[in-house]
Design a protein around this ligand. Sequence first.
Ligand code: ADP
Ligand code: MG
Length: 451
Amino acid sequence: MININKVWKEAKEDLSSKMLAISFECWIEKLEPLCITNSQLVLVAPNEGAKKCVLKNYKDYITSSVSKVNKTLTGAIIIIESEKDEYLNNAIVDEPKEEKKEEFDDGFTAFTKKYTFDNFIVGKSNEFAQAAGFAVANDPGNQYNPLFIYGGVGLGKTHLMHAIGNYIKKTKPYLKVRYITSETFVNEFVESIKHTSKNDTMREFREKYRSVDVLMIDDIQFIAGKPGFQEGIFHTFNDLYQNNKQIILTSDRPPKEISPLEERLRTRFEWGLIADIQPPDLETRIAILAKKAEQQNKNYSLDLLTFIAEKVDSNIREMEGLLSKVIFYSDLIKKDATIAIAEEALRDYIDTKKETITAWDIINATCSYFNITTTDITGKKKNKNIVIPRQIAIYLITDLINLPLVSIGELFGGKDHTTIIYARDKISDLIKTDPKIKLQVNDIKDMIYKR
Ligand code: ADP
Ligand code: MG
């Protein structure tokens, strides 16, 4: 029997990647699945107006997504509350079942099949992290422990973790591998503390996790500022580490920048190997798109792939979303995807790609504004006419571009990340109290953007 809630949930996921977020929220989110009749999913709209709008604008989209997630379904019928009975009579009604969490089999993780090493494109931006991941997958517990992978959103951290998991399951099926996001970890912990004492919870957690051979915690940055939970992780970490069990962590930033974080945890995170993933260059982005298109049996021209890859400058998930839109649209109108078709499919997409400014653009603009040299601004001089411009440049870099604090420190002659934070916060405070500084900062911004 078809689980209508599941079908609708998956169809919605598919739809959300193809529609504007606002339309999705206004129209699709408000539909409720009712039943299946004549191989069609019946959806209830909140009122007549909503029904009309959905029928007029989104019916094709819904039909396509519904039949994609469940091949036995041919489409959807949109009704309103008062029409319910009519449809329920000859329908297959499905009891909403408690959905089994797909994340686990036998208490351990079932990894996403498509996230493998084979499907992971290696370029300059991620080769180090990939190589480290592969080494760990080949010899868990004995290579780099812990392996700490960090990088921005949508750059492949979760993909890599699953690739390691899939690989170990294939080559060493007897090992127990567990993947968990730190958010789930925190929630489980909080839930457990409600029912037993903190000590019991702590004991339970140690029991539960110490039996694994490989523990992966995704997005560990969420434990910042959660002291009770950090203690839980600390003990689990020690139990595993002492028994040569592999620990793999990911985060959107390096351990140094997770704050507040207990020092004893931070040092442990740094014990093994820290590998970063940077935003991919155009060539790598094109290769990734080609792979994703191939997985969907699409053979797209290099021109078309380049057109899509140029629209996004870092987030690969977002880039994949654009590819899905193009595939969906060309399937819908039954025409081969060309650049013209892609332009149409993506016409609603607002180019989020920022004007590409670099840290050096900011440093150079600041120097020419204050009439000082780059050697001075990145050097160690302590006089006020250098220090303020230096702090302003640092502030602007943190404000305008996404660069890890440690990398900014390196640009300024190897300064500690705490110095960078100090400079950033100082200028950000001064802007609020000192009109002169505010004006200077704005003038330099104008110079950078050549307004
Ligand atoms: P993160 O966890 O870093 O936010 P994900 O691992 O979820 O990012 O990746 C986002 C999407 O981008 C996924 O669909 C993933 O398959 C894809 N992706 C990221 N990097 C690569 C790569 N090097 N090769 C192929 N696909 C990639
Ligand atoms: Mg992730």
